[in-house]
Design a protein around this ligand. Structure first.
Ligand SMILES: [Zn+2]
Length: 443
């Protein structure tokens, strides 16, 4: 399949942040072959008129629990411990394997519609998530979340070895679109011997690890009391930062300068999910200090049970607005830095380091955004339009690895009617809500 997009404006996110007007972009197979002028002999299968459309690299989401779409809107206006104990764990105790398939499919549809083609998923029954990635055409870094409590207490009663077997089974599947990693829940749930075992398995499989880290003062205090180390130093000592692939850690709300130096030295990426922190009134991580220390940061949504959606446009916007306000500095986090934190940085953290730029030879992971809505006019600054004004509904075309997945409201790989019906039915069942309000599914 080859495609020629003509007369388009392109926000390339190349090293010079080049913005090109009225150009051609040529896609062939899974790759971008030209940005500027297509080769004279290029014979596309399809031509798209790109006038009034803006091309840019697609978004990647560095940390989510995709199937938690099923708990969206179920646990609102609660402090973290009540949110978790009274609502989330109650719903999850009724989770069944097939629920994960439909919850993840709903997440995939939501992400595609807002221009995201890749996500780092950390949940249970991950074969279901992998099948959704395979079918949807998206890219992902998948980890089977494991608490280290003993199989009889894990969700789905899954033994440690099966979470590892999942990673082995799906590594580089779906034509290389699926990467896998080890998924301990966190150092506050998993005991040291389980974390060390994950590090050994990661070495054996040639993968990394993805887990929650250092989310509160309480976790920091408990870790120092129990292990004599901060959570960051504790996992480093257990080998989780010296793996074949760099670790991806979510949050780091409360970290010391020594922690930041260690994260930078080990090439760890910190997933930053500001909407969850604001909604659950958690301490905001020291993003500016992280970046000053040279820590890799990638933006993410977290699971929709805590942040309500999977919209990377909103995550970029909240990150920029919050940091400017908190630092008292309107020059903090300029537009293209925010765009990189939502494209190149998370793509690299997922193991797709060539994505996130519109340039020949790079993967065709890109979107076209319709810029004709009133909120786009006048089109002085394309980057400002994406970061501070675009709506998810402006996303008109989405390609991943050269495959067109979404076109002007139409899903080309997902059955959205069935996904909506199955997901809502299952979400209601999980919380014991009668389904009399639902109309029958007409497939
Ligand atoms: Zn999380």
């Amino acid at each position: 399949m080859s495609t020629l997009i003509k007369h388009v404006t392109a926000l390339t996110l190349d090293e010079a942040d080049t913005i090109l007007q009225d150009i051609e972009i040529a896609l062939a197979g899974s790759t971008i072959v030209a940005v500027g002028k297509a080769p004279a002999d290029f014979a596309p299968d399809e031509i798209i008129n790109g006038r009034d459309l803006l091309a840019l690299p697609a978004f990647f989401n560095a940390h989510t629990h995709a199937a938690m779409t099923l708990e969206r809107g179920w646990a609102e206006d609660l402090p973290f411990d009540r949110w978790l104990n009274e609502k989330i764990w109650v719903a999850e105790s009724a989770l069944e394997e097939e629920d994960v398939a439909w919850g993840t499919a709903l997440a995939a549809a939501e992400m595609l519609r807002s221009g995201t083609v890749g996500f780092a998923d950390h949940y249970f029954w991950m074969d279901q998530s992998a099948r959704v990635v395979e079918q949807s055409g998206m890219k992902a870094l998948l980890a089977w979340c494991h608490f280290g409590l003993g199989a009889e207490k894990e969700v789905g009663q899954i033994p440690f070895a099966e979470t590892v077997a999942f990673a082995e089974r799906w590594q580089d599947a779906a034509g290389g679109r699926i990467h896998t990693t080890m998924g301990p829940h966190s150092p506050y749930m998993a005991p040291p011997e389980v974390l060390a075992r994950f590090a050994r398995e990661a070495q054996r499989l040639g993968v990394g690890a993805h887990f929650h880290l250092s989310e509160s003062e309480e976790q920091l205090r408990n870790s120092i009391a129990r292990y004599g180390k901060t959570p960051t130093a504790h996992v480093a000592a257990l080998g989780l930062f010296d793996l074949p692939q760099p670790a991806l850690v979510a949050h780091c709300n409360v970290v010391t300068d020594d922690d930041l130096a260690l994260l930078a030295e080990k090439g760890v990426t910190v997933a930053h999910t500001p909407k969850t922190y604001q909604k659950l009134a958690m301490q905001m991580p020291p993003l500016a200090r992280m970046l000053e220390h040279g820590v890799k940061v990638a933006l993410a949504t977290d699971g929709p049970a805590s942040n309500s959606d999977l919209n990377m446009l909103e995550v970029m916007r909240i990150t920029g607005l919050y940091q400017k306000g908190a630092l008292g500095d309107p020059e903090a986090l300029p537009l293209t830095q925010l765009l990189r934190l939502a494209t190149q940085s998370p793509a690299a953290a997922l193991g797709f380091s060539q994505s996130g730029v519109l340039a020949p030879g790079h993967p065709a992971d890109l979107i076209l955004v319709d810029t004709t809505a009133p909120h786009w006019i006048p089109r002085h600054d394309s980057a400002a339009g994406i970061v501070y004004t675009a709506h998810p509904g402006d996303v008109a075309y989405v390609w991943c690895d050269g495959q067109l997945l979404y076109r002007q409201g139409e899903y080309l790989t997902l059955d959205i009617e069935r996904i909506r019906w199955e997901a809502e039915k299952r979400a209601f069942r999980m919380v014991g809500r009668p389904m009399t309000s639902m109309r029958a599914y007409q497939g």
